[in-house]
Design a protein around this ligand. Structure first.
Ligand code: ADP
Length: 187
């Protein structure tokens, strides 16, 4: 099973990534979590990423791509993976294609979490993470709208996009994802 989760911040990607990675016993690669870990550990990458994460802006592609290259190097990813938070712009989409090609892996399917913006802000304010201040949330949504939404059409044209109503309950969303995958088969 190889899945890319695409959707705005607060759309529930991480919740689904956690439950489906446990169910299928495959790693969930969350760039946000990996970056927060790197920042907490004050690794070289963490130090370079910190100001960007704290400002609610995208970390430079080069850093994210090297983080992903490292993550894909782990043997556990041979069986499958869920990508949560990557790719987030067209350059990262191309980098992912290249990375998968090098590793001889298919690109899998893309699950798009569609959800109204009001609900996102409400959910993120409740979550209360350090970068979940209203101004930073608006900034991250703006970046999402500008840079990430073009990926929806990119993957739609590639015929690998599964669209999910992200305003439903976590259980309903899990069910919707698993039943949408079935007819397409599990690679
Ligand atoms: P959210 O989805 O709420 O924005 P994440 O945990 O996915 O939260 O990401 C937190 C922050 O990490 C982002 O605001 C950004 O600074 C950085 N980040 C995560 N993924 C990427 C990525 N693919 N490219 C660039 N920056 C990223």
């Amino acid at each position: 099973m190889r899945l890319v989760f695409l959707g705005p911040p607060g759309s529930g990607k991480s919740t689904q990534a956690a439950s489906l990675s446990a169910r299928w016993q495959i790693p969930s690669l969350s760039t946000g979590d990996l970056l927060r870990d790197a920042i907490a550990a004050q690794s070289d990458l963490g130090k370079l990423a910190q100001t960007h994460v704290e400002a609610g802006e995208l970390v430079p592609d080069q850093l994210i791509v090297s983080l992903m290259r490292e993550s894909f190097g782990a043997p556990a990813t041979q069986k499958g993976w869920i990508l949560d938070g990557f790719p987030r712009n067209l350059a990262q989409t191309q980098a992912l294609d290249t990375l998968l090609q090098i590793m001889g892996q298919p690109y899998g399917q893309v699950v798009y979490f569609d959800i109204p913006e009001d609900l996102l802000v409400e959910r993120m304010l409740k979550r209360g993470r350090q970068d979940d201040r209203e101004d930073l949330i608006r900034q991250r949504l703006q970046i999402y709208n500008d840079q990430t939404t073009p990926l929806i059409n990119f993957y739609r044209r590639r015929h690998c996009l599964i669209e999910i109503d992200g305003s439903r309950s976590p259980q309903e969303i899990t069910d919707a994802i698993t039943s949408a995958l079935r007819p397409l088969g599990r690679d």
